[in-house]
Structure formats: structure tokens, C-alpha cells
Design a protein around this ligand. Sequence first.
Ligand code: UDP
Ligand code: MG
Length: 152
Amino acid sequence: MANSEVTFIMIKPDGVQRGLIGDIICRFEKKGFFLKAMKMVQVERAFAEKHYSDLSSKPFFGSLVEYIVSGPVVAMVWQGKGAVATGRKIIGATNPAASEPGTIRGDYCIEVSRNIIHGSDAVESAQKEIALWFPDGIVDWRSANHSWIYEN
Ligand code: UDP
Ligand code: MG
């Protein structure tokens, strides 16, 4: 069902350190997406390398991995119609210099290497990332607000 699309969102170490967890969660929640899993973790280097394995040939790969292991992150799964694409819109462009005001990156950060949040870029990568971060599965619950957000 279209409404059950899920995306993987991670608040990076700078977002955690800067006290932006609440605001970020708030934006996804108020939009109408449903939180289906969440945990705070200090990830190991090998795990960060796996999460970003598609970027392993990039010149910034080493510093990206350093960044992700530099402190705890908050990993989440958000569900809703178009969650992947809309999630990326809420987050804003990769480089905060190009992120529109009103987006998370547009409002809260300056440098691409300190851009506070990750969001899956496609439905397939979301599935892969959720399986990696939440191998025991996500929480199956239905919000009492469902019919106030969706017509069907
Ligand atoms: N990144 C970086 N330098 C770059 C491009 C990307 O440090 O020139 C980092 C940045 O933190 C980005 C992450 O690598 O969020 C993953 O890059 P990707 O292209 O997948 O961007 P995203 O999907 O996060 O917008
Ligand atoms: Mg990406």
C-alpha cells in the first residue's frame, strides 16, 4: 500500500550534539509521517562503512566515516505516502549552501561535511538501510490519527 512506504532517517553526530533531535522529529511528526522505529547508537567504523558503502570510492569517504563515528547518532524509520521523496525534501539538498530555507539543512547547517541528517534516496535504499539498522524489524502500529491524515 502506498501509505506504508518507509524511509530511513538518521540524525548525525552534529545534529545530536547541537540539540536538534527534538526539532527534527517534530518536523516529520507534524507533517503526518508515523515513527516506526528509533534508537540512539554509537556506531562502529565498519558499520558506518557498510551504511555508506555506495560512496566508498569518493574522495570524502574517509572523512565521512570519521564524522559518522564521532558521536552518537539517532536512527529512525518514518512511514507514510511518499516518505522517501518527501523525506528528502524536508531534509533539503546535500550541500546546505543549496538547501532552501525551511528545510532542515537549509535552516540548521552550513557545510556539506556537517549536514546533520541522513535520509534514504530511494525506496530500495530505504529497505536496505532499514534492514541494516533495524535487523530485528520495526514496530507495527497504526496511529489513531490515520484517517485525519489520509482519505483512504
Ligand atoms: N558528503 C561530504 N562531501 C561531499 C559530498 C557528501 O562530506 O562532497 C557527505 C555528506 O555528509 C552527505 C554524505 O556524504 O550527506 C552522503 O553523501 P550523499 O551524496 O549520499 O548525500 P545525501 O544523500 O546525504 O544528501
Ligand atoms: Mg545519500
